[in-house]
Design a protein around this ligand. Sequence first.
Ligand code: IPE
Ligand code: IPE
Ligand code: MG
Length: 241
Amino acid sequence: MKNDKNENYLIPEHVAIILDGNGRWAKKKNMPRNYGHVKGSENLEKVCKAADELGIKYITVYAFSTENWKRPEEEVSALMKLLRNYLKDCVKKANKNNMRIRVIGEINRLDKDIRDAIMELDEVSKKNTGLNLTIAINYGARDEMIRAMRKAMQDAKEDKFKIEDFNEESFGEYLDTKGMPEPDLMIRTSGEQRLSNFLLWQLAYTEFYFTDVLWPDFDKKELEKAIQYYNKRERRYGGLA
Ligand code: IPE
Ligand code: IPE
Ligand code: MG
């Protein structure tokens, strides 16, 4: 991918995406919300392929939040069915696509077969060296941090470390995203400009890109636009540019 001076664009290593707008996309077509979710999940596969082609190494997507349980039961069960099918499909395709696929979030609340698929996926894709896809399911950043703190406090009680030695790096080791680089770019589709409890710790220095495009319409061209935007930003990390 080249800019207008024929230079290569800097490709972000890690892109986090809040895939939003499935419901509104379906409504515009006079279709039920769940149809939007079906198209949204198909789109995830396409965007992963595009990301891989562009040289992105990590994609982390927000698929179901800890707050999404408050949606009507029928929608929640349709979403769970889609996630279940998506994960089972990933188990079959991960090796062929050389993809490393993980799930973050509080998975204990999910149905047993979904939890099994998550574990199987982790196992079968462990050695893959291509795109790292992380799917956030029953994920909330506050919940993630509370779970991390509980584990850390337990370890402190068992004298595994000294409280005064506990720092940002050690905290990161207790988070679901342990071992992953922080996102360079965060994209939210559908025009909403909030984080909705996504990766609050990890996004501290991430560039944000918001687009009105609804998730089922977000394609490779739109991803390239986000990368162009990212290339216009001067990244500072608190120091001088
Ligand atoms: C995003 O689409 C998918 C999930 C949150 C699961 P929405 O379902 O939030 O779609 P809108 O925001 O209602 O259009
Ligand atoms: C955020 O989208 C969560 C996911 C994309 C999974 P929502 O559509 O649920 O967020 P709010 O309710 O608009 O903040
Ligand atoms: Mg939404």
